[in-house]
Ligand binder design. Structure first.
Ligand code: NCD
Length: 319
């Protein structure tokens, strides 16, 4: 439930998701101003605690916090006492004693954000934990589809690729399912999690059948850092059977959009041409990511404000 932590889409109700998307639509407007700053979280402190590497998610949370006038601290494990073997929870407790208003956590092990949330007073936002969940990525994907298509309910979305190791896939399966879309997954058998049908998805091993008539195709990065012990086809075989190019897209709806959470392995998950041009919307996803993170930071770290329900977007000075 929104109001405490954001650990996964699995915990959210449809109404929570709608509230975040509506708030993010207001936040998008701030990003279009000349002066991209509103006083909403002035005096608040947000800690970015990234134990695993990240480019766009970390920068996105930092920009989001700064656009809301919060002070954002980036905690880098390599330069901290973790090198002196201080435990993750001790580090979290130490940071908590500095009274942050929100802590954003990324870790390569599933469940670490939850463990940290259990000891912290501040709200914790999961920025990706192992192959478990990446809720703000799914929320920005929902927002991108909503803005492109005008709705999510009734659409068909096919997620293609390394479903087994992908926290993005898991969060999106929950997210699009809760919002009333039909979710299909397509992957070589070793990349399909056991019993994934129980999450309400239709499973395909033929890409052509999976994308027949769909509104959205979402390609996933091959998670090479999580592949140990997993038998997979060669990269060339993968890209010829599951890589998305314009030829394969002909089976989808004429107005299909193509998504990818990034970073893209160009020529593997997506053809070079599709990586850079419509119908792919990869940079829109990045842009919408800032608005989603502003919304989530506002709804969580702003919750102690008496007027937390009111969205204060300032005067628009400098627009
Ligand atoms: C994703 C991640 O880290 O889970 N990237 C991201 O946050 N934009 C996807 C990926 O790494 O493949």
């Amino acid at each position: 439930m929104i109001g405490t932590d954001l650990l996964g889409i699995e915990d959210l109700e449809r109404a929570d998701i709608e509230r975040i998307l509506d708030t993010a639509e207001h936040m998008r407007e701030v990003g279009r101003r000349v002066v991209k700053k509103v006083p909403t979280l002035r005096g608040r402190t947000i800690v970015n605690l990234f134990f695993e590497s990240s480019t766009r998610t970390r920068a996105s949370f930092e920009i989001a916090g700064k656009r809301l006038s919060a002070d954002v601290i980036n905690f880098s494990p390599s330069s901290s006492s973790l090198k002196k073997s201080e435990s993750i929870l001790d580090t979290a407790r130490t940071l908590d004693a500095m009274d942050p208003d929100a802590v954003v956590v990324r870790h390569s092990v599933a469940g670490v954000p939850k463990q940290i949330a259990d000891v912290l007073a501040a709200p914790v936002i999961n920025a990706g934990d192992g192959a478990h969940e990446h809720p703000t990525q799914a929320l920005l994907d929902l927002l991108t589809v909503k803005l492109e298509k005008g709705r999510i309910d009734g659409l068909t979305v096919t997620i293609v690729g390394d479903i087994l190791h992908s926290r993005v896939a898991r969060s999106n399966i929950y997210a699009f399912g809760k919002m009333g879309a039909e979710v299909r997954i397509a992957a070589p058998p070793p990349m399909i999690p056991a019993a994934v049908e129980t999450l309400g998805v239709k499973v395909f091993t033929s890409l052509r059948e999976a994308i027949e008539g769909v509104d959205v195709v979402m390609a996933l990065r091959i998670q090479s850092e999580r592949l140990a012990g997993c038998y997979l086809p060669s990269v060339r075989e993968y890209s010829s059977t599951f890589g998305i190019d314009r030829e394969k897209l002909k089976y989808a709806k004429e107005d299909v959009i193509v998504m990818h959470p990034g970073p893209v392995n160009r020529g593997v998950e997506l053809s070079h041409d599709l990586t850079d041009h419509r119908p792919s919307v990869i940079l829109d996803q990045v842009r919408n990511g800032v608005a989603i993170r502003m919304a989530v930071l506002y709804l969580l770290s702003g919750r102690r404000q008496e007027d937390a329900q009111r969205i204060d977007l300032g005067s628009g000075e400098g627009r």
